[in-house]
Design a protein around this ligand. Sequence first.
Ligand SMILES: NC(=O)c1ccc[n+]([C@@H]2O[C@H](COP(=O)([O-])OP(=O)(O)OC[C@H]3O[C@@H](n4cnc5c(N)ncnc54)[C@H](OP(=O)(O)O)[C@@H]3O)[C@@H](O)[C@H]2O)c1
Length: 253
Amino acid sequence: MEELFNIKGKNVVITGASSGIGENLARMYAQYSANVALLARSKEKLTDLAEELKSKYKVEAFPIPCDVTSEEQIIRAVEKAVSCFGQIHVLVNDAGVTEKSEDFTTHTKEQWDKVINTNLTGVYLVSKEVAKNMKEHNYGKIINIASTAGYMGMFNQISYTASKAGVIGMTKSMAVEMGKYNITVNGIAPGYILTKMTNPNSSGYRYYKSRTILGYVGEPDYLRGTALLLSTDASRFITGTTIVVDGGSLSNS
Ligand SMILES: NC(=O)c1ccc[n+]([C@@H]2O[C@H](COP(=O)([O-])OP(=O)(O)OC[C@H]3O[C@@H](n4cnc5c(N)ncnc54)[C@H](OP(=O)(O)O)[C@@H]3O)[C@@H](O)[C@H]2O)c1
């Protein structure tokens, strides 16, 4: 059992590690003795988190500031992670944003570009650089954080739903191409999770709370088990799929 889910000593790159789900997963990997490279734009938060994880869990933790909308910064950040680790075993593509508008006729091109560049192009570019290292070592686990928004129509967030549907599609194609290198590529599609991106005083919160089968919305902690599964030998025969972690909201009638 312990061997199946063993992540000790593995090297994990996480984007979006400065906040919410990404930060929570970074804490989880460090707690289970994996080394972490923490990517996001907020340098100070990453530095503080890295210091905390190093002293608390005695792992290696590297803050690597990086804007995932910049290909140049991604190339430099992954080079840095490779120089720190040698081998990258796991990549978690978590960095994401959303932009809201009344409907898609008022969604601006700037909003569209920001969301697509971060959530979709960012996942493609970071995976592209990290997978080069994984191919060299004939091993890798890529986890793309999608969303239930990628499976359904949703009010007010046209670029977000498009980006997440894109991530779910791209996950399958990446898996198809990476299988022969012993690299698995999977997604996690969270439902409503309480983070900076969501708001417990909103109509969206009330709507999703009423939709979940379990009767409550999610916390970042609830994604830990699925992320650990997809990062370890426990998932050796799982690739090209996206696991929905949403308290049953997509399945509710
Ligand atoms: N919360 C939910 O209900 C929910 C549901 C489904 C899916 N998700 C997905 O889960 C992921 C994490 O979201 P969250 O809820 O944890 O939100 P969050 O707390 O706002 O965290 C977003 C993270 O993305 C990073 N980020 C944003 N733009 C970036 C950029 N250009 N370059 C690098 N990093 C960037 C942020 O760091 P910096 O600002 O420091 O760069 C932050 O670390 C996203 O992909 C989101 O779509 C969330």
